[in-house]
Design a protein around this ligand. Structure first.
Ligand code: TRP
Ligand code: ZN
Length: 902
């Protein structure tokens, strides 16, 4: 028996869904007419479905199986005739109707309880409003339906509610509204919405509440006026402007870069405080987590502003990549998510700094996605099977998925990639399609053979590239040999080679060398002969460059042209050359990270030998390289900030075979302190050059200067000097924006000096006093405490769970406090003989019934148990076993825990 089978009696085993079992639906739905009668405590849903047999089904269907969950069926009629209980049968999450004709109308009336719905899927209540979340399979919690993305229907929705909910919204255009009928008290009203675009149920949305809104408009490229509205609770009306600007920029960008025009006369966004994810692209009615839409300088950090811009763009871009062309089944999720992440990432690059955005994306990918791809939940961007699809909204499907699209764009070049996406949208508009269809459109439009490239869709794991080189001075030839391999992952042991674009240049003493690749045409498209993209397709390949007059330093994988782990034996001097003068900004940063890694590994060896790291010295060449970065005016200040930031503990852990939590933490800290001591004067200069009175702007330049200044502050705070600590506290008190306030607060909280701790305590109290009525700010207050690296944080976290500021039902609060501690505070999470593990398991058990999606996401740190010491492995495993022994495990939690225990 496998661990999965052992964990539950066979009859209770949740069933695995396989891609290979896909079958077209037996019935399709022409029109869907919905009526929601919202009352306190219950909502009555009437659904009139016009069904017809799918002409492409192999055998004509003779029964109809609808999905439904947590519904109370009140009545059911087929073509106007009430069905009797022998005409249908309930399954666990289904309703089967026997002997169904070729075409018919089915009317069901069901009762649901939004107020009691804590899963935040389906129709639920968040604070003062009703709202929905239907992706992936939440619509079945609203009414009986063919809840699958390849069933696309035209929706008309009437919402009837008390007038204390003045705003009644659904997808599409408002076609009717007025007072409710049969309502002598005249306290109820209704609104009817019609969406002319056929869509799958997962894109359905409904909102009812007492909401305020801001309004703007956008004129599309063909001259149509679109009304734009952002709905929020009245208290948040002053935090909508940034989202509105981002929306207009996104609409313009999608026209200019992809030729995509918006298609309805109205586009709405609603902000909701209780939301499992970031936001949802429902047709014409996006629903957002408040954390991804609200922003103003006093309450929101720069990272928050950028997140709003990125998520608004992401959801807007889904209108084409996701809604107009949607997924055939949920295995195709990356079709819309990978592509849309790629699109929003390019948008953000165009709005701000391209190199900075690339560094941020790659950092995320290499810490979280690489770790996922090396763990028990590893899966290809198009998985082959799942138990619960919600578990596959992952870093892999989203972020690695975006990298796959980026590689296609690199391989095809700008013009052919655009031809490919044009063909894709034109060919598949109004359809539910597969990743195969996407790649076929790109192949057809460009004439390129992408057969081997498709291995990226089917194989999990992070490929490794081993690069060796040699220089023949007499022949003036330089050759690079690249070997690729990919470690085994749960779905596949032996991998076929990938088709990998390797962007590169060769650095000579006076700059980039011209490239003359043997047996290849020069790249006339860009006119730049110092940069090229090699295409690696075999397990091992050698590329020879001619007329190379000196031994170069190779600048490999420029811009991180593929999601792989690159191994090349760079000397420290090579890295210093790359960091100081590579023409590729990304690789300058990458060299800085490699140098940082070398310094940390050096310290880790000393730590392993039991040496004190207290007075650790870094060598002079390294320090002078860092100080020239600090004085390089050609560099974007944000890049300086990132180049001076050492690789994170999370990244160091990902790189390690066995994670030594303490060694990583203390060694990295020692290198940071050594840098602080050596570069103190530079950091002071940067800190003092910053004008703390300047008016806040969320522009790339302003964000960059804040981030560099706050990196400097971070180093200075390691010195433990009283006047620097006071300067930090002054920044906390006097800053006019949340970025600087939070940066200072977090430094105070983390500084291991009595004065800092005393000021941290008063500042935390002051902060809460001041911001207790701003939920999103309170979340930052929770998370700064949860991520405090000093001892005793777990006790503080437990204490905070009982604080008025906390709400154990709100996902944002759970993420700030619980996920903040367990996922963002390794040194404390892994301390005290498993106390952190036990704490996390307790939270998961509690959340399992309340909100399975959140419970399952929280599990991530425990799933990595095999990467730790034997003692820690045992303690972590024990908690996973305790969870799996729980009765009534949700599919979400069951799948992750059982796969982690294999
Ligand atoms: N489609 C959404 C996005 O990426 C993701 C999403 C929002 C989601 N809410 C969800 C996925 C709830 C699963 C469950 O834009
Ligand atoms: Zn998305």
């Amino acid at each position: 028996m496998t661990a999965v089978e052992q964990s539950l009696p066979a009859k209770d085993q949740p069933k695995t869904i396989y891609l290979k079992d896909y079958q077209v639906p037996g019935y399709l739905i022409k029109t869907t007419d919905l009526r929601f009668e919202i009352y306190d405590g219950e909502t009555i849903v009437s659904a009139m479905l016009h069904l017809y047999r799918n002409p492409t089904a192999q055998t004509p269907a003779t029964q109809l199986i609808l999905q439904g969950a947590d519904l109370e069926l009140i009545s059911i009629a087929l073509d106007g005739k009430q069905l009797s209980t022998s005409d249908y049968e309930f399954g666990e999450e289904s309703l089967t109707i026997f002997d169904t004709p070729a075409e018919f109308k089915l009317l069901t009336i069901t009762r649901i309880k939004p107020e009691a719905n804590t899963s935040l899927e389906g129709l639920y209540r968040s604070r003062t409003m009703y709202c929905t979340q239907c992706e992936a399979e939440g619509f079945r919690k609203i009414t009986y339906y063919l809840d699958r993305p390849d069933v696309m229907s035209e929706f008309t929705t009437t919402v009837v509610a008390d007038k204390k909910y003045p705003v009644l919204l659904s997808n599409g255009n408002l076609i009717d509204q007025g007072d409710a009928e049969n309502n002598p008290q005249n306290n109820r009203h209704y609104a009817t919405w019609h969406d002319p675009f056929k869509k799958p149920a997962y894109l359905f949305a409904l909102v009812a509440g007492d909401l305020a809104h801001i309004e703007d408009s956008f004129t599309t490229c063909s001259g149509r006026d679109v009304t734009l509205k952002i709905f929020v609770e009245p208290k948040d009306l002053d935090k909508c402007d940034h989202a509105m600007e981002s929306l207009k920029n996104s609409m313009r960008w999608d026209e200019e870069v992809y030729g995509r025009e918006y298609d309805l006369n109205i586009f709405m966004i609603v902000a909701v405080d209780d939301f499992n994810m970031g936001a949802m692209e429902n047709k014409g009615l996006n629903i957002f987590n408040t954390s991804c839409v609200l922003a103003k300088p006093e309450t929101t950090t720069d990272a928050g502003f950028q997140r709003v811009e990125g998520v608004v763009a992401h959801e807007y871009f889904h209108n084409w990549s996701g809604n107009r062309v949607t997924c055939r089944d949920w295995f195709q999720l990356s079709l819309k998510e990978g592509f849309t992440v790629y699109r929003d990432s390019e948008f953000s690059a165009d709005m701000g700094s391209r190199t900075v955005k690339r560094v941020e994306d790659v950092t995320l990918l290499r810490t979280l996605q690489f770790a996922e791809d090396a763990g028990p939940m590893a899966h290809p961007i198009r998985p082959e099977s799942y138990i619960e699809i919600s578990n596959f909204y992952t870093m892999t499907v989203y972020e690695k998925g975006a990298e796959i699209i980026r590689m296609l764009a690199t391989l095809l070049g700008k013009d052919d990639f655009r031809k490919g996406t044009d063909l894709y949208f034109e060919r598949h508009d109004g359809q539910a399609v597969t990743t195969e269809d996407f790649v076929a459109a790109l192949a057809d439009a460009s004439g390129r053979d992408l057969t081997q490239f498709k291995n990226w869709y089917a194989q999990a794991g992070t490929p490794r590239l081993q690069v060796t080189d040699s220089y023949d001075e007499d022949a003036q030839e330089y050759s690079l040999t690249i070997k690729q391999s990919c470690p085994p992952t749960p779905e596949c042991q032996q991998k076929l080679p990938f088709h990998i674009p390797v962007a590169l240049g060769l650095l000579g003493s006076a700059g980039d060398l011209p490239l003359y690749l043997k047996d290849a045409e020069p790249d006339f498209e860009t006119g730049d002969n110092t940069h090229t993209v090699l295409e690696l397709t075999a397990a091992e390949q050698t590329f020879v460059f001619q007329r190379v007059q000196e031994k170069p330093v190779p600048s490999l994988l420029r811009g991180f042209s593929a999601p792989v782990k690159l191994q090349y034996n760079y000397s420290r001097d090579d890295l210093i050359v790359l960091m100081s003068r590579d023409s590729d900004g990304f690789n300058r940063w990458e060299a800085s990270q490699q140098l940082g890694l070398q310094a940390i590994y050096h310290a880790m060896s000393a730590y392993a030998r039991g040496e004190s790291l207290a007075g650790l010295q870094l060598d002079a060449d390294l320090l002078s390289a860092y100080s020239s970065v600090l004085q390089d005016d050609s560099l974007d200040q944000a890049m300086v900030a990132y180049m001076l930031s050492l690789p994170s503990e999370a990244y160091l852990s990902e790189l390690a075979d066995v994670v030594d939590v303490e060694a990583i933490h203390h060694s990295r800290m020692a290198v940071r302190k050594a840098l602080a001591r050596a570069l103190r004067d530079h950091f002071v200069r940067i800190y003092n050059a910053y004008d703390h009175q300047q008016v806040y702007a969320a522009t790339a330049d302003a964000i960059a200067s804040r981030s560099l200044k706050n990196v400097a502050l971070g180093y200075l705070m390691l010195l433990g000097e009283d006047d620097l600590i006071r300067a930090c506290e002054q920044q906390y008190r006097e800053s006019n924006n949340m970025t600087d306030v939070m940066a200072a607060l977090s430094q105070l909280v983390n500084a291991d000096a009595p004065l800092a701790q005393q000021l941290a305590e008063t500042s935390l109290a002051d902060f809460y006093q001041r911001w207790q009525h701003e939920s999103l700010v309170v979340n930052q207050w929770l998370s700064v405490q949860a991520t405090c690296l000093l001892p005793n944080t777990l006790d503080k976290v437990k204490g905070l769970q009982n604080h008025a500021a906390y709400d154990g039902k709100n996902p944002n609060k759970i993420r700030a406090l619980i996920a903040g501690f367990c996922g963002g505070n390794a040194i404390n999470f892994h301390a005290n003989a498993g106390a952190g593990y036990q704490f996390l398991a307790d939270q998961i058990i509690l959340l399992n019934t309340q909100n399975p999606q959140i419970a399952s996401r929280l599990l991530t740190p425990l799933t990595k148990w095999k990467k730790y010491s034997p003692e820690r492995q045992a303690l972590m495993k024990k908690e996973l076993e305790r969870i799996i022994a729980e009765p009534n495990l949700s599919k979400d939690v069951f799948e992750v825990v059982s796969k982690s225990l294999v």
